[in-house]
Structure formats: C-alpha cells, structure tokens
Design a protein around this ligand. Structure first.
Ligand code: AMP
Length: 282
C-alpha cells in the first residue's frame, strides 16, 4: 500500500497507475467493520481503491469532539494494508487547508435540517472537504454508509450540482450483534451507556414493524419520540420520518421513507436510521 501525504504525491501516484475505475472511500479513521464494508464494495467494483483518513476540522463545531476524536493512524494503516488497499491518502490539516478556511461550499437547504440543524456548519465542512478530495482524485465511484443518511443525500446533490461524473454508492449500515450501528464514537461509551444507546435502534425497528399497521408517518414519528423521551439515561435530539429520496416531508407511506434519529447518551451523540419501503405493504 502506498501512503500519500501530499497532494502532489497522491496525484503522481494515481497518474502512474493504469486503471479502469478508481473507487474512493473517504473516512475519518478509527476504522471499524463499517468502513471495511465500504472498502470491500469498492474492491468489487473498481481496480484501483483509494482510502483517505482525515479528521476534517471544518466539519466539527467549536464545542464538538474534534480534539478528542479517536485517532490511531498506525492501527488504521495496518488494517488498510491487510485489506489490500492500493493507496492511502493521509494528509495533514495544512495540506487540505493551505490558506486556512477560505472557500465555502454550501447546500443551504438540505444542510439546515436534521443533523444540520443541531450541528450548524457541519455539512458545509463535509461538502468542502469532499469537493477538495473529488477534485484531486477524480474518482469514478465514491462510497458512503447509509448510517450517515443525510450525508449521502447531500453528497449526491453536490455531485449533481457540480457536474462531476462520480457515482455515489451507498452501503448498508453495519451493526454489532445487538444492533448498535458501528461508529468510531462508540469508543466513548461505557458498558452501561452502550446498553442505553440501543433504544435508538430498537425504536427504529419498532417504527418499521408498525408501518404495516399504520401508514400515518406523522403519528408514528410522534409515538417514536415519546418512546425516546421516556427512555432512561438518554436525551433525544431529533426523530423524524421523511421522504427517502430527498428528505422532504411526507405524511403517509406512499413512497419509500426513512426514519432517522439522533440521541445523546451522556456526552456522546449517536445517529441511526431505517428505511421504510412501500414494496412489501398491501
Ligand atoms: P467516518 O469515518 O465516521 O466519517 O465514516 C466514513 C464513512 O464510513 C462514511 O461514509 C460513513 O457513513 C461510513 N460508515 C460509518 N459507520 C458505518 C457503519 N456502521 N456502517 C456502514 N458505513 C459506515
């Protein structure tokens, strides 16, 4: 595996390869099976696989966990090497932001709801770093996890609006045996907090089980919020059910919808979602 730390190194390395399709997997490191599922998909669909590990400062708010976000580059390198990744891009902050934070890329509407409402500026940072990565790498395909559902919609819109010919591939959420979505932030949880965190996925499963009884999504979302509000030791940030393709409001399950939630378990913020499809309903 080649490790590129500068943009020149990365560009030269890619230029020196002959490949049919470049698959790109952006990550913030502290790698787990969720990341590996994206990498595996990239291997199935491409003959050159590039992974980035970069804790992007512009997507963290001033009071968020940028400083304590888990970083273990030597472990990540080992994991990626074992996975057979061709190129790892491991830049410094100064490499990605040589003039500081001088450019803005914003999708104001879609970035102001759900996570964006509670993390102002977060998706601007995501859109900015992805724009930089996509411009350097020119990937054919880029891989994202369904766990960050709003991010996948934003990236698809970004690619469409900027006329990039990049296919965005969304991979299913990888979970622990008990259902908790794998996340680098799960490391912050104590054993008890981890147990408390399960209520979010349990509530999503409950919603999915209810759509065959009632297609009234507003009612189901309200019921779900009540469950979460009365759960011990967690704080509900939001729980919504929206149209899956664009995260617009939808009252009844007449086309695919997505239930999404964010909770705090102590100081740890966790998100999860579940797709509610119309296919299997009468
Ligand atoms: P992160 O390192 O948390 O920024 O995540 C990098 C990519 O991995 C994003 O596209 C995430 O959606 C994806 N990802 C994170 N956790 C999971 C998971 N449990 N299952 C599938 N994909 C995930």
């Amino acid at each position: 595996m080649l490790i590129a730390r500068t943009i020149e190194e990365l560009r030269n390395t890619i230029a020196s390869r002959s490949y049919k399709s470049l698959g790109f997997v952006p990550t913030m490191g502290a790698l787990h099976e969720g990341h590996l599922s994206l990498i595996q998909k990239a291997f199935e669909q491409n003959d050159l696989v590039v992974v980035s590990v970069f804790v992007n400062p512009t997507q963290f708010g001033p009071n968020e966990d940028f400083d304590k976000y888990p970083r273990n580059y030597s472990r990540d390198i080992e994991i990626l090497q074992t996975a057979g990744v061709h190129i790892l891009f491991l830049p410094e902050i100064e490499t990605m932001y040589p003039l500081g934070h001088e450019v803005e890329i914003r999708l104001p509407k879609i970035s102001s709801i759900l996570c964006g409402k509670f993390r102002p500026g977060h998706f601007d940072g995501v859109a900015l770093i992805l724009t930089k990565f996509f411009n350097i790498l020119r990937p054919n395909k880029a891989y994202f996890g369904q766990k960050d559902y709003q991010q996948t919609i934003i990236v698809k819109k970004l690619v469409e609006q900027l006329f990039w010919e990049i296919e965005i591939v969304v991979c299913p959420t990888v979970r622990d045996e008990d259902g908790l979505a794998k996340s680098s932030r799960n490391q912050y949880l104590s054993a008890q907090e981890r147990k408390n965190a399960l209520i979010l996925y349990q509530t999503l499963l409950w919603v999915a089980s209810q759509v065959s009884v009632s297609r009234d999504l507003k009612f189901l979302a309200e019921q779900a919020r009540q469950r979460l509000i009365s759960a011990p030791s967690i704080k509900l940030e939001y729980f919504e059910i929206l149209r899956a393709r664009d995260l617009e409001p939808i009252d009844f399950l007449v086309e695919n919808a997505i239930a999404l939630g964010a909770i705090y378990v102590n100081n740890t913020r966790l998100i999860d979602n579940i797709l509610l499809t119309v296919e299997n309903l009468n």
